[in-house]
Write a protein that binds this ligand. Structure first.
Ligand SMILES: [Zn+2]
Length: 257
């Protein structure tokens, strides 16, 4: 089926709404508050955010980034997350058309946006996202062109296993935790969704991006070898790259063999 502008616009709107919910997830999940109730309040004055002030992106622009009541600044993270989610949803439709891959793609992208933002702020990758993520990835895998159930199962076990071994090795060598179990579960989720090849592509890009940023932090003198980086944020970035160009990259390398 050819690319339909109407469906693309529909997916952008769905992306904005999902992005708006992800903002709630990102804010509340690390605090252990329900993401469904109660309604959102302004952290400045405690006033409940009304429906007309809760329209993704649009309300932020109309209110010029401030609370209607107390004029406290609203974090630009809110419209950014909404816009990013909408763009990723449209990109999934562009890439996969109307298919099971599209469903897997949007679910995966939404989870990656939430995990990236939560890890960047809290150094935390909640089980409430990664564990169901592993299950959903495995369940959808038989219908996914880029993986299949075998590749997904190997990906989940290999991804989780590799990081678990790395974390255990680090602990054994240094007597300290170098990596959280959150990263282990997240890489298992990447394997479940992307298959083992896609998982390796994601891990490669995450490591490169993490090293570049890590070296930049050290070079800028704002941190040393010991400063912590949210590896899950880089994993999410690598995962999105792997989702969209992973099969092309692995095809290219396999053709070289
Ligand atoms: Zn307020």
């Amino acid at each position: 089926m050819p690319f339909s502008l109407l469906i693309a616009i529909y997916l952008a709107l769905v992306g904005l709404i999902v992005g708006s919910y992800l903002n709630v997830v990102i804010h509340r999940l690390p605090l252990g508050i329900s993401t469904v109730t109660p309604r959102s309040r302004c952290p400045g004055c405690g006033e409940v955010v009304r429906a007309r002030d809760n329209i993704p992106v649009l309300s932020y622009i109309l209110l010029r980034g401030r609370c209607r009541h107390c004029k406290a600044e609203i974090s630009p993270r809110y419209p950014l997350i909404e816009t990013l989610t909408a763009l990723l949803f449209v990109a999934c439709y562009w890439q996969f058309g109307l298919s099971v891959e599209l469903l897997a793609g949007v679910l995966f992208c939404a989870a990656m946006v939430a995990l990236a933002a939560i890890d960047a702020e809290h150094f935390l990758l909640p089980d409430k996202i990664t564990l169901p993520g592993i299950a959903v990835g495995l369940l959808l895998s038989p219908w996914l062109e880029w993986s299949g159930w075998r590749s997904a199962l190997i990906g989940a076990l290999l991804g989780g296993g590799m990081l678990l071994a790395l974390a255990a090795g680090w602990y054994w060598l240094r007597g300290e935790e170098g990596m959280g179990l959150g990263d282990v579960k997240m890489l298992a989720m990447l394997g479940a969704f992307l298959g083992w090849k896609g998982m390796l592509v994601a891990l490669f890009f995450a490591s490169v991006a993490g090293s570049v940023v890590g070296l930049a932090v050290i070079a800028s003198g704002r941190g040393g070898m010991k400063s912590k980086l949210p590896f899950g944020t880089f994993l999410a970035l690598g995962a999105v790259v792997a989702l969209f160009v992973g099969p092309r990259i692995t095809r290219y390398y396999l053709s070289l063999l």
